[in-house]
Design a protein around this ligand. Structure first.
Ligand code: ADP
Length: 221
């Protein structure tokens, strides 16, 4: 059963990134119109995706004929060709698509995409690289940057805090850290933390703070 997607989604460019995105949207039960100019890609995908069309996405009329002008969200997943990616975003702006997500492969590319009118610019290589750096150099188990220098992270209880009650830790005063949730090793879900809860070595925490505060908290020893 497909979800009633408010206005529909298209993914343009079925390279590695666009293909994974399309698969993930399908797994979430969203129907996707997938577009690529390469007939072999279209052939390969026609068995897996409900709607797949062959078209040059820099061609505004071709997109209009496919009904792209009526869609609410379109992702331009073309990476290698900056020209094709920029011209595609321009065509989508001309068609009046309300939410254009575009993939950049360099900082300059991301600036051009924003300038021509993409509302959301994503830079997967840069984002994955930055995130990995945080995971490698700290003891963080997971890390998500929220923008404006803030982040949410998952980590084990830092050694100095093991055995302390939450009321003693004064995380916000001392470390600028807000505790969002805690999970005992025997539990499956994170839960709210009340003052009386004592931190154990095997607990997993979800915290929020500036990137600097999160890094500092994670390296307490
Ligand atoms: P990845 O790094 O994710 O593999 P690529 O940039 O190599 O991404 O792949 C981009 C995809 O976009 C390719 O399948 C290519 O055929 C498609 N593509 C490139 N230009 C156009 C265009 N003008 N119209 C439609 N599809 C295009």
């Amino acid at each position: 059963d497909r979800k009633p997607d408010s206005g529909g989604i298209a993914v343009i460019g079925l390279g590695r990134f666009g293909a994974r995105l399309t698969d993930s949207l399908n797994a979430l039960n969203y129907q996707v119109l997938a577009i690529d100019r390469d007939p072999q890609k279209v052939q390969k995908w026609s068995a897996r995706v409900d709607q797949v069309a062959q078209a040059d996405s820099t061609d505004e009329d071709a997109l209009r004929q496919l009904g792209v002008a009526d869609l609410n969200r379109v992702v331009v997943a073309i990476g290698a060709s900056v020209e094709a990616s920029v011209l595609t975003v321009l065509a989508l702006v001309e068609l009046g698509v309300p939410q254009i997500w575009a993939r950049a492969t360099s900082v300059q590319h991301s600036k051009i995409l924003a300038a021509v009118g993409a509302q959301h610019v994503i830079f997967p290589e840069a984002e994955a690289g930055e995130r990995l750096a945080h995971l490698i150099v700290t003891r963080l188990l997971d890390f998500v940057e929220l923008g404006d220098a803030f982040a949410i992270a998952k980590l084990r209880v830092p050694e100095p805090l093991v055995g302390q009650a939450m009321s003693e830790t004064r995380l916000l005063d001392r470390y600028g850290i807000r505790l969002i949730g805690l999970k005992r090793s025997t539990e499956q879900r994170f839960r709210y933390v009340t003052d009386g809860v004592e931190l154990s070595r095997d607990d997993i925490l979800i915290i929020e703070g500036t990137i600097e505060q999160v890094q500092g908290f994670a390296s307490l020893s």
